[in-house]
Ligand binder design. Sequence first.
Ligand SMILES: [Ca+2]
Ligand SMILES: [Ca+2]
Length: 302
Amino acid sequence: MKHLFVLALLAGCAVDEDPDLSTETSEITGVWFGYDCEAGSIIGGTRVTDHVTASHGAYIAFDAGGSARFFRGIGAPAYFYGWARVMVPASGGGLSVQFDSDPPAVYALLASSTWMWIPIGGHELQVGTRQIKLTATTAGLLVDRILFVQASSFIPITDVYEAEAGSLVFPMTIGTQRLPATTKYVSVPNGSGDYAGRVDLDVAVPYDTTYILWARANAPSTADNSFRVGRDGSANGFAWDAAVTSTMGWTWNRPTVAQRIDITDVLSIASVDDGAKRDKLLITNDPGFLPIESSPPLVIAM
Ligand SMILES: [Ca+2]
Ligand SMILES: [Ca+2]
């Protein structure tokens, strides 16, 4: 890291932070890099806000000017397509993206009360340390993550499905936890028996390929945490053990292997252990996206 850092200084780049030089490749995106914006170098009227619907539990808000900068070490010239996960105030807004001392490009954004991914252009990145600088043309713009991939056809998603919105097969039933906030979930109540009950969720993705699945679950013991996920009503998919939680606690976890999903598909979540509760399923193709649970566990609709 030091080596390229010194080279960058010699080349006259304005670098005031160690760049992130890690190279990552995922089976879903190919070569990629991304940042949770709250981890950037943030100055001026930009603040970091914690929230459970943001990746790593936080986003940046452009309140009154300010900027967020990220430093990327590039080992070989490559073309990257950029994406940003944003929420836009009712007035609409604009996100400005600047590489090094290039003229900034401004992307006009429509109002959105939920997170959405927007494209932020293609960029040829040369060898060395590149600076990516974000600013906003409108106060109130929120930015959670930025993601850069080499595949021109890639479209990022971070889609959340409520488990209780699916089609239930008895003895899978809908339940409600009132505290610390109202959470609706599905479960096979303890005593109803193992290996019985299912919920089928209709899902949609941009294209047929593999995706990362996350589930938010309550699983108070290893006897109350197992389920299977298949497709089209079958449980012949893969086993998934939720992370063990406190009695009233909820947490996100994921299987290590990405799973194939078609453009329109039915994911079937079949109960193995009675007593396990499932609140939400999140489907993403962003390898760096991390849903988190605040501590003590809050329950806030995503
Ligand atoms: Ca974030
Ligand atoms: Ca739910």
